[in-house]
Write a protein that binds this ligand. Structure first.
Ligand code: G3H
Ligand code: ZN
Length: 286
């Protein structure tokens, strides 16, 4: 199946009360793991690469790997640029064939965030590429300041932001953070519910690694349609490789440990798909 747009999947998720998993991939094995997990659970899925990942290998590589993985797949898959930080990067993603683009200007002022988001929407909308922006401070990345609840997304600002940018989905700050949680995350589900009632576009949850199954389900019940997982997959891949090296010593073929890590990431991706309720939804698409 050919790639679909992010928005097609997000609208389907919003209408059918589930969330699509959006997994950050780093290499071919992670692309294969995610697509196989989606096929085995009949789940629509979003594969995404962060701005840092596409510095490591450019977007043409990731596009080609995803395209190859989809040749015999039946589930709907979108390819998304995660945390893009400029119009130039958005343009590169469009040229590479990505079907969804995030512009993250959330660290800038409200007006500057609107300006940069609108510029990317103006590039993407006419050619049917979906867009995601972020409003509020999710944080958690090295160097990020912790604004606490004062950095959470404000419903009226979100409404104005959507009206002025026409962005097709919005990442919101409600208490999650990127990376490994130091304490218990404290999610503001009342705020999330208010946000979902104030804006029409699908809402996106960043920083889902480390959230409990119950937290994820509550977020979906209160209006989240896309859930981003990066750190947990990276940890699973790397720990599996280490584990393989701890138990096996007499091998020279990299395929051995890469295949082991691929299987482990696939199992994790399937688990997340069941948690998000996307299993069984691909066959109801279109
Ligand atoms: O954009 C990617 C995510 O928000 C992933 O967050 O690394 O905490 O899973 P995570
Ligand atoms: Zn994120």
């Amino acid at each position: 199946m050919a790639l679909v747009t992010g928005n097609e999947i997000l609208q389907h998720a919003k209408q059918n009360g589930y969330a699509v998993c959006a997994f950050n991939v780093e290499n071919m094995e992670m692309v294969q793991a995610v697509v196989e997990a989606a096929e085995e659970t009949d789940s629509p899925v979003i594969i995404q690469t962060s701005a840092n990942t596409v510095k490591y290998a450019n977007m043409d590589y990731y596009y080609a790997m995803v395209e190859a993985a989809l040749k015999h797949a039946k589930v709907p898959v979108a390819l998304h640029l995660d945390h893009g930080d400029s119009t130039e990067l958005a343009l590169q993603a469009i040229r590479a064939g990505y079907t969804s683009v995030m512009i993250d200007a959330s660290k800038l002022s409200f007006e500057e965030n609107i300006k940069q988001t609108k510029a990317v929407v103006d590039l993407c909308q006419p050619i049917g590429v979906s867009t995601e922006a972020e409003l509020g401070n999710v944080g958690g990345k090295p160097g990020d300041e912790d604004f606490g609840a004062s950095g959470y997304t404000k419903p009226l600002e979100a409404k104005e932001f959507i009206e002025r940018t026409c962005v097709s989905s919005l990442a919101v700050a409600i208490g999650t953070a990127h990376g490994v949680y130091k304490g218990e995350p404290n999610l503001d589900l009342t705020l999330l519910d208010e946000l979902s009632k104030t804006v029409d576009v699908p809402l996106v949850l960043h920083g889902a690694s480390g959230l409990s199954e119950n937290d994820v389900k509550q977020c979906i019940e209160n209006g989240i349609s896309k859930i981003n997982y990066a750190t947990e997959l990276r940890i699973m891949f790397t720990e599996s490789v280490k584990e393989y090296f701890d138990t096996e010593t007499s091998f020279v073929d990299p395929k051995k440990f890469m295949a082991y890590a691929r299987t482990k990431v696939k199992e994790l991706a399937k688990e997340k798909m069941y948690t998000c309720g996307s299993n069984g939804k691909a066959s109801t698409f279109h």
